[in-house]
Every structure is written in C-alpha cells, then in structure tokens.
Ligand binder design. Structure first.
Ligand code: SF4
Length: 457
C-alpha cells in the first residue's frame, strides 16, 4: 500500500539538513510519496525507513524474468481491469510434452514450438515456452529431454515432476535457461528453493488450498527468495476464474505480498477441446502468467494469440502503423492511389482488400494518432487539408503519375476540401465498407479510361 507524505516524514530524521536537495524532510517525504525521489538520496535514513519504504514501493505483483536473456517477463501488473491503465506483460503460452510420449510426437512438437510464427497487425508472435512433464521415465531421461527441449527451441521451460530429484537433475541440465520448476509443495519447498537458487530458475509453488499456498509463498519470502509463481489446484472453470480473480485482487487491493506473484496453470486435466480453449481464454482474460496447453493445436494457438493481442494492447494507445505511402502489390506510377488512416486494424484490412481485388496500388497513410477513419475525421485528424499536407510532404506527386485519389466512403464530405488543397487532383469517393473495395476496383476503377489500372482477373 502506498504511504502518504506524512507517514513517510515520520520515518525520516527530521533534521532538515537539506543534503537530499530538499529544504525540509517534509518536502523530501512529499517527493518520495510522489515517487519523484528515492530514499537512498537521504544519507541519514535509518535501516527501518529503508526497509519500510522499500516494501511500500515494491510492485503489487512481482516481475519474473524467464529465458537465458531474461526477455520473457511475467507479472508487474498494477490494475484489475485493463481500461484502468493497461496490462503490461502478457500471458506466456507454452506447449507440453511428456517424457513418455512417442519420440515422433516429441520431435514434431519441439519443431513447431521453434518454428511457429503468427502475424497479426504487423506484429509477429511465437510460442513462448515448452513444458516438459516427467510422466514415467527415469530421472536421467527426463533431464536429457529437458535439455533437448531447451537446445532445440531456445525457449525457457516449465519442468514438471512430483519428484524433487528429477527436478534437481533437469534443473542442472538446463542451467542457464532460467526456467520454471513445477512445483514445490509445503513438504518440498525448502529443497526445491535451494535447487532453484543454485541453478538460477524460478520456482512454482502449489498446495491443496489457498491457505497452504499462502504459507508456502510466505516461507519463500521470509527466506528472501522472490522468483516465485503460484500454481493453483482448482477443479472447475468457475473455480479457476474465482481463484485467479480473488488472488489478484488480494495482491492489488489488499497488498497481500505472498500472493503477489504471477500464476502458472496447466490445462491437461481434460481432453475436451472446448474445455481447454475455455480454460486458456480464462487465463488470458484473467491474469494468467503462464498457460500450458496439453498439445499444439494451430486453430487454438492462433485464436489465443489474437485474443491476447487484444487484451494486452494499451487501451489508451491504439496499435498503429508508420505514416507513409505503402506500395500494395507491385504498383506502377499510374497505379491507383488510396488513402486511409494509420490505425493498424484499418490499414491491414484496407491493404488486404486492395490486394484481394487483384490490382496493385499506392496506399497513403497519414498520421492520424492510430484512430479509425470516422474517429480520426471527428477528431480533425483526417481532413482534406491534413491529407493534402501529407501528400505534399511525402512527395507523392513526384512518385506517381496518376492524379486521382480514392478516399473512404465514410468521409465523402472531405472530397471538396481535399481537391481544394490538392490542385490538379481528382478525388474519388470509395466504398464505405472495406469488403466492397474489390467490386469498387473492378466496377469503377477498371472502367475508367483516363488511367491504366491493370486489374488481374
Ligand atoms: Fe531530511 Fe534526510 Fe533530506 Fe536531511 S537529507 S533534509 S535528513 S530527508
């Protein structure tokens, strides 16, 4: 819980010596409360002040870094609902292999994890992790499969076993991968904490109920070990949802520190595809840290990654593309010119439909702060004057020989203003719906004789 300036001032020496750069301890306390200064700037701060203020400034949900480069970050969330601010670190998706699986399945899964790519609105997504489950083979085989999974995919792993000896062996075999050991129970927490510490891994803790989990996580905190994930045991989708929500609420609203860690969830309790999909969607929507899928399913993976992209996009900053003139296909100087806004979804939909129409063209995308067509127009960011200014700035008139520009049908009203600001150009009003671009190209543009629009059948 954040401390007020007055509460902080009570922890300071109150000598007003000014060595921190503030005139009084109270002024310094106010800066600390506003997070504009650090307690280390006061050379006389007591150990007690440093401890209390350090704990108060700790994020409610700890950031956990995974991978040899520590590039996969979980946690560090500060709000319950994305519209309050944004969610920062998206749910990592992992695919499971069992050491008892046939080797052909193991090989195929590792290859998919290594090579899978999904493109959405200009971003490329990959599978984040592999889970390796100890399901019957001996300890050495489990450890060498873990090593193979790491070496093949380069991804951090979730190592799952009920045997501390197996986890220790695998943990040594993949030292340097900064993976997750799953899971420590109240009985094994000390032993596995030492293993995680020695080999620089993260430790998932689990218990039959939340009280047990709280005790386990508290023990690790007291030992100064914070590389922790919480692995709940729930028996239904409703319980999964309630537990995730209740624990995240406790960490964010009530500052329950032992519950302030990211979550780990395995979804292999069912072979029902819909149940697995619903479980994974729940994790993405409600605070999942790592979600382990029982196998690779391309339809489910693409769906989950698309959902995740939406949930973890900053609601105050729409995804945008760079403002510029984009060639679509293989445009020539006399190819048609279209204009739209730089909201990613709009750009990719429009460019895709131009491509589908069988023609090549130029797509002019001015700066519209990532807004869609009507929103940008209403905000004055997509007007005849602003489009004309952009066209001149990028030197489109030197790049193309055509002097016709197609505007979206929803902003037909800017055509006069655009023609006024772009002398020598004719404005054509395109369709309102992007789905009609293809028929617009074929029925309107291709029939025009003044320009050569090379429309492929
Ligand atoms: Fe007070 Fe410390 Fe600043 Fe001195 S350095 S004024 S004691 S807060």
């Amino acid at each position: 819980m954040a401390l007020t300036g007055l509460q902080i001032q009570k922890l300071l020496p109150k000598t007003n010596c000014r060595e921190c750069g503030s005139n009084t301890c109270m002024a310094f306390a106010m800066k600390l409360a506003a997070k504009k200064a650090a307690i280390t700037e006061c050379p006389y701060a007591s150990e007690e002040a440093i401890r209390v203020l350090g704990a108060a400034s700790e994020p409610p949900v700890r950031a956990i870094a995974l991978g040899s480069d520590r590039a996969l970050i979980l946690g560090e969330e500060t709000v319950l609902y994305r519209h309050e601010k944004t969610f920062f670190h998206q749910t990592a998706l992992a695919v499971n292999i069992n050491d008892s699986d046939p080797s052909v399945i193991i090989e195929e899964t590792l290859k998919v994890v290594r090579d899978y790519r999904l493109e959405r609105v200009g971003e490329t997504f990959r599978i984040d992790m592999v889970a390796v489950t100890h399901a019957g083979r001996d300890v050495d085989s489990f450890a060498s499969l873990a090593e193979k999974a790491w070496k093949t995919t380069g991804r951090p792993l979730v190592l799952r076993s009920d045997s501390p000896a197996a986890l220790e062996a695998a943990s040594v075999a993949v030292k340097g991968s900064r993976s997750v050991l799953s899971a420590a129970t109240p009985e094994t927490v000390e032993e596995l904490c030492n293993s995680a510490k020695r080999n620089d891994h993260v430790l998932a803790v689990t218990a039959p109920d939340l009280d047990g989990l709280f005790q386990c996580a508290s023990k690790l905190r007291e030992a100064g070990f914070h590389d922790v994930l919480l692995q709940f045991r729930t028996s239904s989708l409703a319980e999964q949802f309630q537990t995730n929500f209740a624990v995240r609420r406790a960490s964010l609203k009530d500052a329950v520190k032992p519950l302030g860690y990211p979550f780990l969830r395995f979804l292999d309790h069912s072979i029902d595809h819909l149940e697995i999909a619903a479980g994974a969607i729940t994790e993405i929507n409600k605070y999942g840290g790592i979600c382990v899928l029982p196998a690779f399913d391309p339809a489910l993976m693409a769906t989950l990654m698309t959902l995740r992209l939406n949930i973890y996009t900053d609601p105050q900053k729409p995804i945008q593309v760079e403002p510029k003139v984009y060639p679509i296909g293989d445009p020539q100087p006399d190819s048609p010119v279209f204009v739209t806004t730089n909201f990613s979804l709009t750009y990719f939909t429009v460019s895709g439909e131009i491509e589908n129409s069988g023609t090549s063209g130029w797509l002019v995308v001015p700066e519209c702060e990532g807004m869609s067509v009507l929103t940008a127009w209403a905000a004055g960011k997509f007007s005849g004057a602003s489009i004309a200014k952009f066209v001149k700035e990028v030197g489109l008139e030197n790049q193309v020989s055509t002097r016709e520009i197609v505007i979206p049908g929803y902003v037909a009203q800017i055509s006069g203003e655009l023609e006024e600001n772009l002398p020598g150009w004719k404005v054509l009003v395109g369709p309102q719906d992007v789905a009609d671009i293809e028929s617009f190209v074929k029925t309107v543009l291709s029939k025009r004789t003044m320009v050569n629009y090379d429309v492929k059948p």
